[in-house]
Design a binder for this molecule. Structure first.
Ligand SMILES: Cc1ncc(COP(=O)(O)O)c(C=O)c1O
Length: 392
């Protein structure tokens, strides 16, 4: 099967939030410009999903929906085949999204006033899930070692030792830095979690998006203790561009922890699956693997292009290795622009609408996150506009 990874899908006026934000930032953007911000994909949907949904819609009744055997087989089959991860269906709690899930998890496993650790810069809804639920954000800032983002384990251990700190809201692969944590790094984090009895809420939504040669380890598979203290949040939404389908699979091997999570989620009144989302997930996990492999090739090539282009035309910009996700983290600080200047040059002159680093916490100031899940020619054109707007 050959896939179309070339067509720019113009989502103006379709309700696509990313495109809407772009037009709010700059109402004069001409047609054909992609935004490169929010983490969804500006490409056609995998035909296997689209055709499957069309068939399904032929005589569908969109009533209250529960998971079917073939849904569970699709999800557990995907985990097994793509990640070597054996999951029993009983261990999975369905949720309407990973953001709702980690909000629920924070409430389920911590008490108001507790500290929850996040590794910063961090996916911005992490802060909301903690502060919005009257818990306290405990920052464990990532550090650069030889150009690679790493955990500061001494700082993590010191913060975890505070008895008021009871959970770690963990991001693996890491958004926004694009790191895929190695097994040894995960084990070091796990030892600190075990020694201080932290529950680990592990957001692994990007875990299918691995660049060639990179391995991901699911946190709960490290060992029995890790399995017992971890809530793993997964979804097909980043991988297959199904975020609007509001369907995610939360894996909680420990029955007590699962019960706590399910009870808290029950209090939100969520009880029925999205009738199309669950079909889309099933189709994605059983039929669209070839499309995903093509997407990964595209993103990897886009990353190489960004790196080589900027090395030549804007060598002050640091482009970090992309190990996972389709989100490119870049350091623009050497350009010596204020935040406002950078925003103006990018959005009003270059017509690029990256997610500003400061969204991920003050640790991200002067950085930018560029979404690489777009056609190669759109990335190339954006880079050219970027360089010219900076006078290069
Ligand atoms: C780390 C991370 N978690 C969760 C989400 C969104 O999850 P959902 O759309 O399932 O709520 C994103 C989207 O970018 C993300 O990067």
């Amino acid at each position: 099967m050959t896939y179309d990874f070339e067509t720019v899908v113009d989502r103006t006026g379709t309700g696509a939030s990313k495109w809407q934000h772009m037009l709010t930032a700059n109402p004069d953007v001409p047609a054909g410009i992609s935004p490169f911000s929010v983490a969804d994909i500006d490409l056609k949907l995998a035909p296997e999903i689209l055709d499957g949904l069309r068939d399904h819609l032929g005589d569908v009744v969109l009533g209250y929906t529960v998971a079917t055997d073939d849904y569970w087989d699709a999800v557990t089959g995907w985990f097994r085949q793509r990640h070597g991860w054996a999951v029993d269906r009983e261990q999975i709690v369905l949720a309407p999204g990973v953001v709702p899930a980690f909000n629920t998890a924070v409430r389920a496993v911590t008490a108001p006033g507790d500290g929850v650790i996040v590794q910063t810069p961090a996916y911005y809804p992490f802060f909301g899930a903690i502060e919005g639920n009257d818990r306290v954000v405990v920052r464990n800032q990532l550090v650069l070692q030889d150009g690679r983002w790493r955990f500061d384990l001494d700082d993590l251990a010191a913060k975890a030792a505070d008895p008021r700190t009871t959970a770690l809201l963990f991001c693996s692969p890491h958004n926004p830095t694009g790191r895929v944590w190695e097994r040894e790094e995960l084990e070091a984090v796990w030892r600190i979690a075990r020694d201080n009895d932290l529950t680990v809420i592990s957001d692994e939504i990007h875990f299918d998006l691995l660049m060639p040669g990179i391995q991901h380890t699911v946190f709960s598979t490290l060992n029995e203790d890790a399995a017992a203290r971890t809530i793993v949040c997964t979804a097909p939404s980043k991988t297959f561009n199904l975020a609007g389908m509001a369907t995610s699979n939360i894996v909680i091997p420990n029955p007590e922890l699962r019960e706590k999570y399910a009870a808290e989620q029950g209090r939100t009144g969520f009880f029925t699956l999205n009738a199309l989302g669950f079909q889309a997930c099933r189709l994605a996990y059983t039929k669209a693997e070839g499309w995903l492999d093509g997407l990964i090739d595209l993103v990897h090539g886009n990353h190489e292009l960004v790196r080589s282009f900027l090395a030549e035309r804007m060598p002050e910009v640091i482009v970090y290795d992309l190990e996972g996700t389709y989100l490119q983290w870049m350091d623009f600080r050497a350009l010596d622009c204020t935040h406002e200047e950078l925003k103006r040059i990018h959005e009003q002159e270059a017509l690029v609408f990256f997610d500003e680093g400061a969204m991920f916490g003050p640790e991200g100031e002067g950085f930018e996150r560029m979404n690489l899940a777009a056609p190669r020619h759109a990335i190339a054109a954006a880079l050219e506009r970027l360089a010219q707007a900076h006078g290069r």
